[in-house]
Design a protein around this ligand. Structure first.
Ligand code: SAM
Length: 268
């Protein structure tokens, strides 16, 4: 393991506000989400544990594009609470391995889905070279300045020809104002260059907005979990902090300043 949220906060000199906002959003809320799912029922787990605006159409597109095969090893870097990996396991029969820097997210994913998890950043994946059949990295590139190092690490764990599935929030125009703390969005050109430098060939990409709508039943399960979290923790300042992050992201997506893109690439 390469680090965890508590160690990060204590050991790094980075901006405390950014650290605590991202910890509220990705670490604290993860545990609250797990508790709400436990109360509401296991059918709420996968939708509530997708924290990167992933939807069934988006995850199905990625799984089909990457030709995920039953029994194959899918590494999810920045897996969060594990919803996308759980969807892939149910739909395609893969064996997920999860990595995320937030200890609370790793714990929630393990308790909800029982997958192997490791706490660590994606640029220092604690996995042997060439041992992944496929890698997903969804909604993560914009949360780190170390985009090149992250992509290089994803490339290292894939053998040549193996697939990478990405969900990336891309800056459609510059500058992107009032971004959530700790977020920076690549332009299309920057993303294409970073993938090429890391050793990936882009096979296909699609705007998330061009995929079919999220099924209402899926969204309703997310809404129920979010209401349960708000009822239990609405007075906690970290709830407000996480909500502020999500509202800022919502405004950027709503205005078109930032848009979600799905990419299928292969390692050279
Ligand atoms: C928007 S969430 C997406 C979570 C998950 N991929 C999903 O789609 O549900 C972003 C995730 O990236 C993780 N993260 C932040 N910085 C990271 C890094 N340098 N390497 C790997 N993951 C990182 C966060 O802890 C968080 O869980």
């Amino acid at each position: 393991m390469t680090g965890n949220a508590t160690e990060r906060g204590a050991a790094e000199e980075g901006p405390a506000e950014e650290d605590s906002a991202m910890e509220a959003e990705f670490d604290v809320v993860a545990g609250w989400t797990r508790d709400a799912v436990a109360a509401l029922g296991p059918d709420h787990a996968v939708p509530a544990a997708c924290r990167g605006t992933a939807s069934p159409p988006a995850l199905t597109w990625l799984g089909e594009a990457c030709e995920l095969a039953a029994g194959s090893r899918l590494v999810d870097a920045g897996a969060g609470v594990g919803g996308p990996a759980a969807f892939a396991a149910e739909r395609f029969g893969v064996r997920p391995v999860l990595v995320d820097p937030m200890v609370g997210a790793c714990r929630a994913a393990r308790e909800l889905f029982g997958f192997p998890t490791a706490a660590g950043t994606g640029d220092r994946l604690p996995l042997a070279t060439g041992t992944a059949d496929a890698v997903w990295c969804l909604g993560v590139l914009c949360t780190t300045e170390a985009k090149g190092a992250l992509l290089a690490a994803l490339h290292r764990v894939l053998a040549p020809g193996r697939p990478l599935g990405l969900f990336v929030l891309v800056a459609e125009r510059q500058p992107v104002l009032d971004a959530p703390e700790g977020n920076s969005f690549p332009t299309h050109d920057e993303l294409a260059r970073a993938l090429d430098v890391a050793g990936f060939d882009v096979v296909q990409q699609v705007a998330a907005a061009d995929l079919p709508a999220t099924p209402r039943s899926w969204q309703e399960r997310i809404d129920r979990v979010e209401r349960a979290v708000a009822d239990a923790h609405g007075d906690d300042p970290r709830f407000g902090q996480a909500g502020e992050q999500q509202e800022r992201m919502g405004r950027l997506l709503g205005s078109g300043a930032v848009a979600g893109w799905l990419l299928h690439a292969t390692a050279r």
